[in-house]
Design a protein around this ligand. Structure first.
Ligand SMILES: Cc1ncc(COP(=O)(O)O)c(C=O)c1O
Length: 372
């Protein structure tokens, strides 16, 4: 099948680009001795999971559904953490998981007897050090519910605990990790030698150009040697980073002081971080507003006035039927998609290494009907 034949909207993930990311992550594993897990919350694309399984040690899951998905699609290790676990789900989660991370001592006490001997148990700590770009993405911000602060840590309740977990980064380099590790050691260093493993969470932007991979490797190696622990990383974004696009079509062009192209996709429903974070997605062949001859506002096909991707300029005027290609739309998109306004979910397609294109999932009315 030809990419031109796919009907829009669709996400197209490129296997070759995914493999490039996975190879780099594997290099980190081999040189540092760390084990890397895919954070499914950021990147869960069925067509990619076989390849993920070839290179990584497994997945980290945010609860029962992701744990089931991890076991089914990737196999290998499943590490599950949630801000709180539910009574009626915990046994199934324990059965699926290799590591189980509790967010509080209350949860640990509640489920300890059911978990011990069946799964390796850990606690999420809050090192209270983070340089996250925004509070929305900062698990160490004041009043955070994520992780146990040193002040609330109960050293007499550690029997049976084999690991500590922290997650404090967001799209950051190894120097940010270094600072977080200093915080972890300053606050929790006394407990590290009695642990079997420490999970450094996600937010490591390892596959971004310019990331200091050598420094990451040095940090991991020295931490492992110093405390005699296994180190895990669980990136999501770094796995799916720059692996593919969201392709949409221009449905109509309206004018209200500016030219506005209405697309058959939605920033709100299909590219939510462009609104939440917010950030501006790159559009293939387009420049900033005013940079090229013809500027258009690109907007979504829902009722939300703010369902806007941004203002972009093109070498020629956009026409109805033109295709718009949003770059880097594979991570934190598919996993967050909604059918707001009943809008069609973008199909999921994959460009295989041999050049063939396959549709992995096609969505229609039933996707909307089954959830509403
Ligand atoms: C506990 C935990 N682990 C891993 C991740 C993955 O982070 P990223 O996709 O930024 O690497 C997140 C993201 O929120 C997280 O909360």
């Amino acid at each position: 099948m030809d990419i031109e034949q796919l009907s829009t909207p669709f996400y197209l993930m490129e296997e070759e680009k995914l493999e490039r990311n996975l190879r780099l992550l594997d290099e980190v594993q081999r040189h540092s001795g760390a084990k890397i897990l895919l954070a499914l919350k950021g990147f869960a694309f069925s067509g990619a999971m076989e390849m993920v399984s070839e290179y990584l040690h497994g997945c980290c899951a945010s609860g029962l559904h992701e744990a089931r998905y991890a076991a089914q699609k990737v196999g290998k290790e499943v590490h599950t953490y949630a801000p709180a676990f539910k009574e009626e789900e915990i046994d199934e989660i324990i059965g699926l998981s290799h590591h189980l991370v509790f967010n509080s001592f209350a949860q640990w006490r509640r489920f300890r007897d059911r978990a011990l001997g069946r799964v390796s148990c850990g606690l999420r700590i809050n090192p209270e050090v983070s340089a996250s770009p925004a509070d929305l993405y900062n698990p160490c911000a004041p009043y955070s519910r994520l992780g146990i602060r040193r002040e609330a840590f109960e050293p007499d309740q550690l029997e049976g605990i084999e690991g500590l977990h922290f997650h404090a980064l967001c799209e950051q380099d190894a120097d940010a990790l270094e600072k977080v590790l200093e915080g972890v050691e300053a606050k929790f260093g006394a407990f590290l030698p009695r642990m079997k493993w420490v999970n450094f969470g996600g937010g490591h932007h390892i596959t971004r150009e310019g990331y200091d991979v050598e420094k990451l490797i040095r940090l991991i190696k020295s931490f492992r040697e110093k405390y005699g622990v296994e180190v895990y990383l669980e990136p999501g974004e770094a796995v799916g980073w720059q692996t593919g696009v969201l392709v949409a079509s221009v449905l109509d062009i309206v004018h209200n002081g500016i030219d506005i192209a209405i697309l058959d996709t939605s920033a709100e429903a299909h590219m939510p971080d462009t609104i939440i974070m917010p950030y501006r997605a790159e559009v293939r062949g387009a420049g900033a507003a005013g940079e090229k001859a013809y500027t258009f506002r690109l907007a979504g096909n829902t009722c939300l006035a703010g369902d806007v991707m941004g203002d972009y300029s093109f070498d020629r005027p956009l026409r109805i039927g033109d295709r718009i290609v949003f770059e880097d739309q594979i991570h934190y998109t598919i996993v967050k998609n909604t059918t707001f306004n009943g809008i069609k979910l973008p199909d999921l397609a994959i460009l295989r290494k041999n050049g063939s294109v396959e549709i992995v999932r096609r969505f229609g009315y039933e996707a909307f009907e089954s959830r509403n």
